[in-house]
Design a binder for this molecule. Sequence first.
Ligand code: 6GU
Length: 226
Amino acid sequence: MKIDILSVVPDLLQSPFAHSILKRAKEKGLLEVNVINLRDYTTYARAQVDDYAFGGGAGMVMMIEPLVNAIESLQKVNQYDEIVYLTPDGQRFDQKMANTYSLKNNLLLICGHYKGIDQRFRDHFVTQEISIGDYVLSGGEIAAAVMVDAIGRLIPGVLNDETSALTDSFQDNLLAPPVYTRPEEFRGWKVPEILLSGNHKLIDNWRAEQALKRTQERRPDILDAE
Ligand code: 6GU
C-alpha cells in the first residue's frame, strides 16, 4: 500500500512511521508513506497557503489553489482509491474502517489546518472525510499518523503469529483480556493459576470470559455493535 500525506507541517510526520511494526511494514515493502509539503505547490508569494475567510470571522482558511495544484500533480502518477480529508467534522474512524482501508492500494490523506479548507475542495476532490474522535486537534497530521498506524498494521503480511491482530481489542467487538508475563509472582501479586496450567482449552475459555467481563464493565456500547 502507498499512502501519500499532504501537509503544511511535514516535519510533524517524520518519525511516527519509523519504528516498530510500521517500520517493519516498510522494510517488507508492504507499506510506503510519502509526506508532501503543500507549500511546494503554492503560486502565492512567501509560500502562502491560507487566507482570511469570506464573510469574516476569526481564523484562516486553506486556499483551494495550492490544494488543487498539489492533487492534480500527484494524480499524474497516482490512482488514488480514496482522497481523505482529516477533519473533526468527518466520519468517526474505528477498527472496522481501519480493516476496510487496509485492503486499499493507494491513499491520499489531506491534513487540514487553521479553520479548515475551502469547501469547494471538499465538494469536488475529497472522497471521504474522517475524524479520529470528538475533540479538536490543531491540525490533521496527528490524526493522519493515527490512521496510518491503525491501517498499516492490518495490511496483509505485516503482522505475524506473534503480533496477530486477531486478538486485538475491538477486532471482534470485544476488548482484549488481561495479559501477564514473568515473573509468576511479584510482591506477592500472583499470575492467575489457569494461565500457568498449560491447558490451552481452559486458557482460551478464561480469556474469552475475561474479554466479555471487561467489555461489559468498560464498554457495554460496543458489545451489540455490528
Ligand atoms: Cl482528523 N483533525 C483535527 N484537526 N482535529 C481532530 C480530528 C482531525 N479528529 C479529531 N479531532
